[in-house]
Design a protein around this ligand. Structure first.
Ligand code: FE
Ligand code: FE
Ligand code: ZN
Length: 262
């Protein structure tokens, strides 16, 4: 992964902690870990890395066995993350599936309180969501409700996905400052640890969550350039989740590096 990042001109990257749609993983091999850390260093990956939990992990599923599955998966992923200290573990808060957002928030908070430990090194990030279906985390208020109930609050942060907040209704094109002021008022900008930088195929408030290539969607290149250069955001890790192949990502990284006011 470190070599791949270098090839594309990146200085950080994201990876799924296991198959994004599946559950099982092989036992952790300490030699693999050592090699991973070596390659990161050799390839100039500065990090922090933003690992992504599987989409199948739903901490607020209605079925208790699915909640147990989600909890076990998060605990196992976080144990693995401790082998590469100083990084982030991002997850989709969950879908409440007709139980209502309040129940969803309570179940997610409960899972975090059962899994997180005060001594862990990894910071767990809640991702801002588009509000597709019954997704929890479309509003800053919902994310703050979760954060305020977590005992190990200093092990928590937020990852802002530009496509998701736009689809969720926040006007990051016309009023980025206003959106960030609201984020700061409700959650606190000190909680913001990473950005998923994506364009969106849909108009603001569409609740669709369909990512577009940088500059080819409804957010547009200029607005995304304002995101990467904003004083409150410019030092954060930016992760592309655009529909691309390697050549496409290399091109986007180059375009964005050129637009980044060093
Ligand atoms: Fe995500
Ligand atoms: Fe994302
Ligand atoms: Zn998305």
């Amino acid at each position: 992964m470190g070599r791949q990042a270098k090839k594309l001109g990146a200085s950080t990257f994201a990876f799924f902690t296991r198959n994004p749609r599946g559950g099982s993983v092989k036992a952790l091999d300490e030699a693999d870990v050592a090699q991973f850390l070596r390659e990161m260093q050799q390839n100039g990956v500065e990090g922090p890395i933003v690992a992504h939990a599987p989409y199948t992990m739903n901490a607020c599923a209605a079925d208790p066995s699915l909640r147990t599955f989600a909890q076990d998966m998060m605990r196992d992923d976080l144990a693995r993350m401790e082998y590469i200290p100083g990084n982030y573990y991002n997850f989709h808060p969950g879908s409440h599936v007709k139980q209502g957002a309040q129940v969803g928030i309570e179940l997610i908070t409960k899972q975090l309180n059962e899994v997180l430990t005060p001594t862990q090194n990894t910071i767990v990030l809640l991702e801002t969501m588009a509000g597709k279906g019954s997704e929890v985390g479309r509003t800053f208020e919902e994310l703050q409700s979760i954060l305020s109930g977590v005992e190990c609050a200093d092990r928590m942060g937020v990852c802002l996905d530009t496509c998701h907040v736009w689809d969720g209704g926040y006007d990051i094109v016309g009023d980025l400052d206003g959106v960030l002021t609201e984020f700061d008022r409700i959650i606190g900008l000190d909680r913001l640890r990473a950005i998923h930088l994506n364009d969106s195929l849909n108009e603001r408030g569409a609740h669709k969550d369909r990512h577009a290539k940088i500059g080819e969607g409804c957010i547009g290149f200029d607005a995304l350039c304002r995101v990467i250069n904003h004083p409150a955001l410019r030092e954060l890790p930016f992760i592309l989740e655009t529909p691309n192949d390697d050549a496409g990502w290399a091109k986007e990284i180059e375009m964005l590096r050129n637009a980044y006011q060093g």
